[in-house]
Design a protein around this ligand. Structure first.
Ligand code: HEM
Length: 155
């Protein structure tokens, strides 16, 4: 394990961020952009599915919000892994980081469950209780990932 962490902490991308505050700044900003796109798209969609927002055009906005959230997730994931390699051993000893990864796994599992029942709702059909509950859970989980991510820097 320590050999793997050593390798991760010495790949050229990690060395670049360890030596250049400017490079770190841009990757961290890209991580925040990914988070912004992800939560900026997934929260309105979840609130609409949960029945909190009443906007009618779900078949119109749904696919756009899902694609935006997916792009945000890919950006947050790639930049997050890159940031992780700056000090992998330290992050694995950081409780907030471990909690964040756990919440991230739960949030992704919830997306897999939600997508199984989402098609009728996106086609303009009714929104069942299960979809509403999973949407409310999704909003709560992603907000927790956000807070856990910010908490990392405080530990
Ligand atoms: C995909 C959903 C994700 C969300 C919503 C998220 C959220 C956050 C937030 C809010 C921060 C604080 C940003 C700042 O104040 O500079 C952060 C930082 C960070 N995230 Fe993520 N993140 C995500 C994915 C990941 C992944 C997959 C990893 C790595 C496996 C990761 C690793 C990190 C690291 C290393 C930091 C810097 C912590 C520090 O030193 O302050 N993130 N994340």
């Amino acid at each position: 394990m320590s050999a793997l962490l050593d390798w991760l902490g010495n790949w050229p991308g990690a060395v670049l961020l360890q030596r250049s505050g400017t490079a770190y700044l841009f990757v961290n900003a890209a991580h925040i952009l990914g988070i912004g796109l992800l939560l900026g798209a997934i929260l309105p969609l979840d609130l609409r599915l949960a029945g909190v927002l009443r906007a009618s055009a779900l078949p119109l906005i749904g696919p756009v919000l899902i694609r935006t959230a997916a792009c945000g997730f890919v950006l947050a994931l790639t930049t997050g892994l890159w940031l992780f390699t700056v000090k992998p051993g330290e992050y694995l000893g950081n409780t907030a980081f471990l909690i964040k990864l756990g919440l991230l796994a739960l949030a992704l599992g919830n997306i897999a469950l939600q997508h199984r029942g989402l098609k009728p709702a996106l086609a303009g059909g009714g929104i069942g209780l299960k979809v509403r509950l999973l949407a409310a859970l999704s909003a709560a989980l992603w907000l927790c990932v956000l807070v856990a991510g910010r908490w990392i820097g405080f530990l």
